[in-house]
Design a protein. Structure first.
Length: 291
């Protein structure tokens, strides 16, 4: 081997080897710090691109869950209100049935009338208050955009698949208005009675209203069940996507730990080898009697 004071080939080779080891050590430490084997496109462009697409889908699933949660909350409040309204209607039927007794004293009928009107007004209040996050699906007929015709929940990340639950109008008709056949509750906000005949005439309307509220509860309950099932599926799908991403990009920490220790030893040996190589030019001095 040629001895030269200008070029130390052994030191250069040792330095290159040490630099490679240092780079490998930095990469290993990065994988340990992040827990990821693929941190960027330069690690594995194809895998990184796939993982990014899956991460986007995963975020989309979070939006779907939020949509389902919102719609479910609206339905929960709507169904609770509908159940309360139905209970009030049952009480109102009791009042009008009692008031339909022609032999009932006038003062007793007046007391029943007052109770009837109190119950009627409670229906109006409950329907108005059945609101979640600005959405009320039972207070009156559809009137977009403030009163949508249906409650919509997303069930796919591309927003093409949806669960739709139609509006259920459980509000009383405006005062002095004859309730339309399509209204669930066949009563107006000023409906009342003053004698037995008027009270009797209300029985069939209240019976129809109770039946219609039951049908509305069925529609809302079916929608809520669909959303619950879809929410459970989305949770499982999200977990599956998360696992798939991990399988592609997560680092094997046991392997990285072993690699870290090996590279640290290799770096120490490389440093020593470079130190030895740097001392080789000193041998030239012995050739001139200065060793």
């Amino acid at each position: 081997m040629t001895l030269s004071i200008n070029t130390n080939a052994a030191a250069l080779n040792a330095l290159q080897s040490l630099n490679r080891t240092t780079t490998q050590l930095e990469d290993t430490q990065l994988r340990i710090n992040t827990g990821l084997e693929v941190n960027s496109a330069k690690d594995n462009a194809a895998i990184f691109a796939i993982a990014q697409n899956l991460r986007a889908d995963r975020q989309g699933l979070e939006a779907v869950k939020s949509s389902l949660d919102r719609a479910t909350s609206v339905l929960d409040i709507s169904m609770a209100a509908a159940e309360s309204i139905q209970e009030l209607l049952i009480e109102m039927k009791e009042k009008v049935t009692q008031a339909a007794d022609a032999g009932l004293p006038d003062d007793s009928r007046e007391a029943l009338q007052e109770d009837f009107e109190r119950l009627r007004d409670q229906i109006v209040t409950i329907a108005k208050n059945a609101t979640f996050n600005g959405t009320n699906m039972i207070d009156g007929p559809a009137n977009p955009p403030t009163k949508p015709a249906e409650l919509v929940a997303l069930v796919s990340v591309d927003a093409t698949l949806k669960i739709q639950v139609p509006r259920q109008n459980l509000q009383l008709a405006p005062a002095t208005t004859t309730p339309a056949a399509g209204d669930a509750i066949q009563l107006a906000q000023d409906t009342t009675f003053t004698d037995a005949t008027e009270a009797e005439a209300l029985i069939s309307a209240i019976d129809a209203s109770i039946k219609n509220v039951s049908e509305s509860l069925t529609v809302m309950g079916a929608g809520s069940n669909s959303m619950d099932r879809q929410r459970t599926f989305i949770d499982k799908l999200g977990d599956t996507v998360e696992t798939g991403i991990g399988n592609m990009v997560d680092a094997d920490m046991a392997r990285e730990s072993a690699m870290l220790q090996a590279l640290q030893v290799k770096q120490q040996l490389g440093t020593q080898a470079l130190s030895i190589a740097n001392q080789q030019p000193q041998a030239i001095l012995s050739l001139f009697g200065n060793g």
